[in-house]
Design a protein around this ligand. Sequence first.
Ligand code: IMP
Ligand code: MG
Length: 179
Amino acid sequence: MSKVTVHDKTFGVFIKREEILRRVAEVAARINEDYKVLNPLFLCILNGSFIFAADLFRCITIDAEISFIKLASYKGTSSSGNVVTAIGMEEDLHGRHVVIVEDIIDTGKTLHSFLPEIEHRHPASVKIATFLTKPSALKHDIKADYTCFEIENKFVVGYGLDYDKLGRNLPDLYILDEG
Ligand code: IMP
Ligand code: MG
């Protein structure tokens, strides 16, 4: 399938599943090397990261744990605006080596608001693994430690990412058709 329609929009195939899996395996290999005896905790942010998280974690060969959380944002009292909090975080992060797993870092707003929540729990270290980044859309000082693909500032769907709730099940990554 080189074109798909999701809701009212047409998308063209952008990165094929085979290429995605090759790259995910490369990133996993780096994590295996960096975290050898540290028993990292992969903290995956739902919903978007679930496919990436599954493929990445399958390639992890060292001792490692995985957990899934959802983020909810509410208006904070400080001038910093919205506070993002985790739903379903049962793990004690104290002293743990945390790898946050995200589908995409777009403006960086989500992680910018959520990282203080993680730091507050005194982990030994925090790194970010993301399937995609859009460097030209970035508005906050967020830098991923492990990135599979840097893409231009265009809307993509598939491999866990949605367009208004649909398209997450597409095995390849698709990009919005222009015009
Ligand atoms: P942020 O701007 O870095 O906070 O990203 C917020 C969220 O927007 C991501 O976690 C995605 O769920 C969503 N998002 C950003 N860009 C795209 C895209 O191109 N396709 C689908 N979802 C996206
Ligand atoms: Mg997301």
